[in-house]
Structures are given as C-alpha cells and as structure tokens.
Write a protein that binds this ligand. Sequence first.
Ligand code: SF4
Length: 228
Amino acid sequence: MGEKGQAEKQERRRRAAAVAEILEKKYPDALCSLTYQKDYELLISVRLSAQCTDARVNIVTQTLFEQYPTLESFANANLEQLEQAVRPCGFYKVKAADIQNACRLLLERHGGHVPGTMEELLALPGVGRKTANLLLGDLFGQPGVVVADTHCIRIAGRLGLVDSADPAKVEQQLREVVAPDKSNDLCHRLVLFGREVCKARKPACGDCPLAQLCPYEKEQGALRQKAQ
Ligand code: SF4
C-alpha cells in the first residue's frame, strides 16, 4: 500500500474511533434487539430475522419458545407445525427446515450448544457470515467481529469508512479500521442509529451527531449549494 493508501486508512481509523465514541454516548446499551434466553434461541431468532423486522421476530418467538421449550423439541418437531409457527416471519418453509436441521446438528455434534468458531457456525444450515459474527460477538464476546447487515453497510458507506457495499468487503474493511474491542458494540449501535437517524431513504442529517464527520452530508450540502 502506498503513502496515499496509508494516509487514507489512518483517516478512516480516526473517523471510525470518533463515530464509535459518539454513538457510545448516544446508545449506552449496545444490545441486540432480538429477545432470547438460551444460546440456540439467538441462533433461531437471527435465522427468522432474514427479510423480517426484529420486532416481528420477537413477537413470533415469544410464543415459539414457549411452544418449543427445548432444543430437542425443535429437533423432533412436526415440520409442518413448525412452519406454521414461524410463518409470519416469511420464507417460512426454508426457515423452519434450517431451524430444525441446525437444532439437530447442535445436539448431534456440539453437545446441545452453539459452537464458538466461525468454521463450525458456517457449517450449520442457514448460517452465513453475518449470523456467525453476531453469534460470536454476542454469545462469546469475541473481539473483532463485524456484523455487516443492511444498516451497517449503508451507514459505513455514507461515513466513508468503507468503499464497497459487498457484505464480505464491508466486513473486512471495517475490521481494518475499527478497534477490535469496539466493533461488535458499534455494529449494534449502527442498527439503532440506522433505524432512528440515518435511515435508508431519508437520513436525518440535520439532526445527526455525526454530521461533522460525514462525507455524505458534505457532498449533499455541496449539491444543495450548487442547485441554489
Ligand atoms: S450526516 Fe446524514 S448520512 Fe451522515 S451519518 Fe448522519 S444521518 Fe447518516
């Protein structure tokens, strides 16, 4: 990497640290918005959250986790009944099958617990890097995890912390500029911030505590001035 590349990375690191500090003050509790009590329940909730809101998942799982109170009950469930139970989350057939097969594998291979390595997690049905990172961060407190979900990708791009919208690249680039002990909490905070302020369609730049740091806001401001 040339001098210019190094300087750019340094600048991204500085901006990422400032963003993390400001969002830490704004959202002191960097908690996952999915409700769960057991490790496998988080795995199930994350699977259900694909193409669905966390709020809806929490409504569905409130009943689901009562109906199926153990890992064994998911593993031995009647698949059609399980499909109906998760139907409000969409893509219910594939989600129900993934959940049941993942629960069976947890029992068969992992002593009834969610495993703690990326490799083992990726071998579970329905688990991709985003889910695996979330589980590693929230269940195991593993440093350096980056959950490249839709909010994270959008906001990191607007803030100029990454130059790609590809989840794998965003994950890698953020890992290079965010301190490992901050990255998991920062991703949770980006979700909250993305829902409240930096929305996909209409970011509330006028009320944004990150506006001074944000190239997107500066670009939009320049465009507005040009148009006047
Ligand atoms: S200034 Fe606007 S685009 Fe930038 S982070 Fe804030 S809300 Fe998002």
